[in-house]
Design a protein around this ligand. Structure first.
Ligand code: PEP
Length: 252
């Protein structure tokens, strides 16, 4: 049985006071939903403050990115160990904004996955097709290539500690949510990929979130799909009530 997992990706939003208040609001409400794993992923400069704000609650904190090197002359980057040091349990890797705006490749994502696992972080690895790729019937191929490239060399034991997030790029921040059937189709493909590369026990155990314009009013239908185990939420994670509405849908 896979535990539902709802994570909020705050992206480059909020100031320090707003981040701390939002985290406190989520932490306060999360006790009502003990059957759901909940995480918040603030900008890296607010990680420590947010970690303090959720202390004593079950809410996990995640970074939105890390660099794959351990330390050194990498101006502007943070390492996996630094993320752990300020309280992170999770790290989002391969988000489409990093792939398509900041030029991250599958190879970069793979190196980051390896670094995150070595530091004891749980990677949330994002995969998803562009609108043009979906329209050209290439979704399954794109997902397979991203999976193979981003998770190259990851063992069966390691993949159990990874969360996948299917995030169609055309649905992120656009208000155009994938239909439950569209999400379920890709999640089912991902489980087949996991079964082919590893085994059915791994395929059954790995959690796969859906991400892309998830809101409190559309979450229930998506989360009711047998292979949708949670959500990676952008815009709707910036308001306590909206985000907790999604957590409540996952708890049902
Ligand atoms: C995201 O950033 O991962 C995301 C899914 O954003 P939104 O929910 O705003 O579409």
């Amino acid at each position: 049985m896979r535990r539902p997992f709802i994570a909020g990706n705050w992206k480059m939003n909020l100031d320090r006071a707003q981040a701390v208040a939002l985290a406190a609001g989520v932490a306060q409400r999360s006790a009502e939903f003990g059957a759901v794993d909940v995480a918040v992923c603030p900008p890296s400069v607010y990680l420590a403050a947010v970690h303090e704000s959720v202390a004593g609650s079950p809410v996990g904190v995640g970074a939105q990115n890390i660099y794959f090197e351990v330390s050194g002359a990498f101006t502007g980057e943070i390492s996996a160990a630094m993320a752990v040091d300020v309280g992170c349990r999770y790290v989002i890797l391969g988000h489409s904004e990093r792939r398509h705006i900041l030029g991250e490749t599958n190879e970069d994502v793979n190196r980051k996955v390896v670094a995150a696992l070595a530091a004891g972080l749980i990677p949330i690895v994002c995969l998803g097709e562009l609108l043009a790729e979906r329209e050209a019937g290439q979704t399954a191929d794109v997902i397979r290539q991203q999976f193979d490239g981003s998770l190259a060399g990851v063992s069966a034991e390691q993949i159990n500690g990874i969360v996948l997030a299917y995030e169609p790029v055309w649905a992120i921040g656009t208000g155009k949510v994938a239909t439950p059937d569209q999400a379920e189709e890709v999640h089912t493909d991902l489980r087949k990929i996991l079964a082919d590369r590893y085994n059915t026990a791994v395929a059954d155990a790995v959690r796969i979130q859906y991400g892309g314009s998830v809101k409190a009013n559309n979450a229930a239908d998506l989360l009711a799909q047998p292979n949708v185990d949670g959500a990676l939420v952008g815009g709707a994670s910036l308001k306590v009530e909206e985000f907790m509405g999604i957590v409540a849908a996952a708890a049902k």
